[in-house]
Design a protein around this ligand. Structure first.
Ligand SMILES: Nc1ncnc2c1ncn2[C@@H]1O[C@H](COP(=O)(O)OP(=O)(O)OP(=O)(O)O)[C@@H](O)[C@H]1O
Ligand SMILES: [Mg+2]
Length: 234
């Protein structure tokens, strides 16, 4: 599909809520776009979405063979269905060495042919091939932060790297401060460091408030200085 939107949930630090939010996001989208939403577990080595959704784990060798033999005819053949959405259940540790960035890119390309919305859940950091493929292919990158200054600093440093070294357009990033997690980072400091609007995620009436706002344009030229200034003021 030409108008497919690919959204990746990513973070610099681990355990900040990516998987929780990616699943919630995909389920929300699937209510409006029945059978047109793909949730891809790209948490290389440690996929867990299939457990959260109580689904069978699919053997990734099959999709690997399809790619190696030429092409994936239909990615849906390698996904399981959960309600109104399709799920790619991922690659476990025993097999992840066989998958390279080009394999993950092929999986994304194939999903693009079949779905209007693709939601990808990634590992924290930037050192996995699945994360690299997802970040490069994404229209939107939803960054999740824990509310503490170290997480903020790691996030800013890594995004600077992604922007400068991998050429990822900074306007694709949007920031989500996960208030469910402990920490006292204030919104103002976080917005000053990142130079962008940040959406706070909280629990309201027992439901996760979903971060679907649009981002503002232009930031990151002065990240290093912003971090320095933020440190001075905390
Ligand atoms: N917004 C939220 N609402 C409810 N629970 C949350 C939320 N954010 C995080 N949690 C809880 O925090 C823990 C970590 O969340 P999750 O597994 O989604 O993080 P992650 O960023 O995907 O971790 P990893 O880097 O290990 O993949 C889980 O127990 C999850 O239930
Ligand atoms: Mg996760």
């Amino acid at each position: 599909m030409t108008d497919t939107i690919i959204t990746t949930w990513w973070s610099a630090a681990g355990g900040v809520g990516k998987t929780t939010l990616a699943v919630a996001h995909a389920q929300e989208l699937a209510k409006q776009h029945k059978d047109d939403v793909a949730l891809m577990d790209f948490s290389e080595a440690r996929p867990d979405i299939y457990k959260l959704l109580d689904q069978a784990f699919l053997d990734p060798n099959k999709v690997l063979n399809a790619i190696e033999n030429g092409a994936i005819a239909n990615i849906k053949d390698f996904m399981s269905k959960k309600g109104n959405m399709y799920v790619f259940t991922g690659i476990p540790l025993e097999q992840f060495e066989m998958f390279q960035e080009k394999h993950f890119s092929a999986i994304i390309r194939s999903a693009k042919e079949n779905f209007k919305h693709i939601i990808i859940d990634t590992n924290a950091g930037i050192f996995f091939s699945a994360t690299a493929a997802a970040l490069k292919a994404s229209d939107k990158i939803n960054v999740v932060l824990r509310p503490d200054i170290l997480c903020l600093e790691d996030t800013a440093t890594m995004i600077n790297f992604l922007s400068e070294r991998w050429g990822i357009d900074i306007n694709r990033f949007r920031f989500n401060l996960n208030r469910i997690l402990p920490g006292n980072l204030d919104l103002e400091t976080a917005e000053r460091v990142l130079g962008r609007e940040i959406i706070e995620i909280s629990l309201k009436l027992g439901k996760i408030q979903m971060p679907f706002k649009k981002p503002k344009k232009g930031f990151f030229n002065f990240l290093e200085r912003s971090i320095h200034n933020a440190y001075k003021s905390v």
